[in-house]
Design a protein around this ligand. Sequence first.
Ligand code: GDP
Ligand code: IMO
Ligand code: MG
Length: 431
Amino acid sequence: MKADILLGLQWGDEGKGKIVDVLAPDYDIVARFQGGPNAGHTLEFDGHKHVLRSIPSGVFAKGAITNIIGNGVVLDPVLFRKEAAELEADGVDLHSILKLSKKAHLILPTHRLLDAAGEAAMGKGKIGTTGKGIGPTYTDKISRHGVRTGDILADNFEEIYHATRDAHFRMLENMGAPVDRAAFELAETEWLEALDYLRSFELTDTEHYVNRSLNDGKSILCEGAQGTMLDIDFGSYPFVTSSNTVAAGACTGLGLAPNRIGRVYGIFKAYCTRVGSGPFPTELFDATGEEIRSIGHEYGAVTGRERRCGWLDLVALRYAVMINGATHLIMMKSDVLDTFENIKVCTAYRLPDGTVTEDFPFCVGRNAAGVADVEPIYESLPGWLTDISAARREEELPQAFRDYVAYIEKKVGVPVAILSVGPDREETIIR
Ligand code: GDP
Ligand code: IMO
Ligand code: MG
């Protein structure tokens, strides 16, 4: 068997959680491969809404599905405990369906302090992170100072933890970021207690488990977090997250060789959103942007921040499809555009020197102010002016909407396999 991947093609929040939940019953295993509690994946069914951060979106699927938190993920024990406890209160027997990689790195309380201090030091040029300690934790991983989940089982864990924490204190001091010791001690106590809860789960070498499972004919869906335009290598650097959100990240984040990968589901909204700082070429600053935000409820699932909204950017989308080798597209939140008479789509960028390109250029994201230094060139398509949220079959969709989908497929060169017309599990059309 091959492992399939589902990942975001834009700046995150495309609706990954919803679709992983929809597809999960077709799989034996759902595995998160990168990111951490910076993610907020929303699932809706039976009139209830659930937001998952570190735990895979396969936990609600009926059937014996195993969920995995892979080595590429960074885990905050306190947030994990809170999220897990909520799921268990909802009747999910998490202990029997979740495995965690011993190689996943831990977010320490001091990582959060370093995240905040780093942002404060950058002032106006800040990234606008989620404040969850993501960047500093991945920085420690790469600089070989990280603390891993498996370390909490070691006899000398306290020694490892204290050495790392104290190094962080020295860094904070050098940054001129004073630590409120009393508040820190409370946070540390909570963190250490949460480790006991973490120890009650199966911490294992998940790379062996996923490979053995594929050998045994089991199927795996790898769930991405964030989106391609937030990838550390290919996103709008430096306004990105600190992990590889692209398909290759599933290989390193789970221990899957490239020849183990089957389908790559690339998910995108019928328009674009971005939360945090950084260039966003098709961003709308007018009433249309407001309208998209209001109809689409575009507020962050983790931080509650307003999401910046704009038209669909085919330059960025084609780039994302290329980097990920997307084999199937999934278009989300189509219903949000129901009332728009004309729908614009960006097909090319005009660069500062006046040349026009359809290839996503290096200069997007380079300037320190985080403003896009390209001018989007648009085509306008007729809106469908119909409420499509009740549609469950393709035939029920208006022609103008189907034309919009066909236009995107032609421009991007990959078929749209799934259309989402509302937040609920049921509001999904599989073509
Ligand atoms: P993720 O991070 O990629 O899982 O996406 P988020 O959960 O952060 O954001 C997607 C938001 O859109 C959530 O509030 C979903 O409930 C909602 N949503 C998902 N699909 C649709 C859709 O097709 N239509 C509408 N109106 N909302 C949707
Ligand atoms: P999901 O999985 C949208 C953004 C932050 C910030 C940048 C870096 O729900 O799609 P970080 O805390 O990762 O260091 O922040 O990345 N960001 C997201 N934006 N959706 C997410 O996750 C995000 N995770 C991080 O807003 O701009
Ligand atoms: Mg989200």
